[in-house]
Design a protein. Structure first.
Length: 288
């Protein structure tokens, strides 16, 4: 059997109908494609079906064009929309960052060591502070300052860079700017943000100090797709860690940043591995 890294990824959605799993798995068997991972979910509220399959072609002359052509007649009665992702496909990811470096450091480490199967052709920031990290990794770094008066111009520059570098996904790795409605619309479904999740909620400056003053018992983080509702986009991953009275503000910050790192990493990984399906303001996530 071939290595799992040779796997193609098949993803599909359609209305909830009898036989949805069968039509896909039967076709895979008949076309000599070995399934090594499969997840499916039927949303009874939305009457929508989701499926993700990793498979390895057993024929050396596997052709995605022939696969799509042959499967189309099977999929038509189910009104199924599907996509194929080849094993060599690497998402091109732009990272936006401000001054905090913990999420950027983590993503670049996982990129460099192969834990994230991505390309990072560009890093964009509204501050110059982290340019040395980009230089160490040999990645172009664009410092684009922003003020209330120049926001539209700065966002236009960002969009131009995303187009220039053929970006598939934007990751806001603690990019401390609120995106405009126009920017959110342009990045719909292809931008992931990370922020702390503290209960009760603390907004504004020094949230971990506010949390310490209230004696919180856990810190957490939420990674979600960007939309026009600030920090309320469709959630991909969340993480928590218990804390107690022995944790002072700096300790809360340290533990919170650890959770932010792993939560953002998992969100990016699930996205690039085609494990996330948008369903209105919710997500279906086939974690592994």
């Amino acid at each position: 059997m071939s290595n799992p890294s040779d796997s193609w990824i098949f993803t599909a959605t359609c209305p909830s109908l009898l036989g949805t799993v069968d039509v896909v798995t039967r076709f895979m068997a008949e076309s000599h494609n070995y399934i090594n991972e499969i997840h499916s979910f039927d949303d009874h509220v939305q009457s929508q079906f989701f499926i993700r399959i990793e498979f390895i072609p057993e024929k050396d002359d596997f052709s995605p064009e022939q696969f799509n052509g042959d499967f189309s007649s099977r999929a038509a009665p189910f009104e199924m929309n599907w996509a194929l992702t080849p094993p060599w496909k690497k998402e091109r990811v732009a990272i936006l960052v401000s001054k905090f470096d913990h999420c950027l450091n983590d993503l670049l480490f996982r990129y460099r060591t192969g834990q994230l199967n991505i390309e990072v052709p560009v890093i964009i920031s509204n501050h110059p502070d982290l340019e040395h990290l980009a230089q160490w990794h040999g990645i172009p770094y664009y410092h684009l300052p922003i003020t209330a008066e120049t926001k539209a111009q700065q966002e236009a520059q960002i969009l131009a860079l995303l187009d220039e570098y053929h970006i598939d996904l934007v990751v806001l790795a603690r990019y401390m700017q609120v995106l405009s409605p126009e920017m959110c619309s342009a990045l719909d479904g292809k931008a992931i943000n990370i922020h702390h999740s503290l209960l009760p909620g603390f907004k504004g400056a020094r949230p971990y100090h506010q949390a310490w003053e209230k004696g919180v018992k856990m810190v957490g983080a939420t990674a979600h797709y960007v939309n026009n509702d600030l920090d309320e986009g469709p959630i991909i991953t969340q993480g928590i860690q218990p804390v107690n009275h022995t944790d002072y503000p700096q300790s809360l910050i340290s533990k919170g940043q650890d959770i932010e790192r792993i939560t953002l990493f998992n969100a990016v990984r699930y996205h690039i591995e085609k494990r996330v399906f948008l369903s209105g303001n919710r997500t279906v996530v086939f974690s592994n």
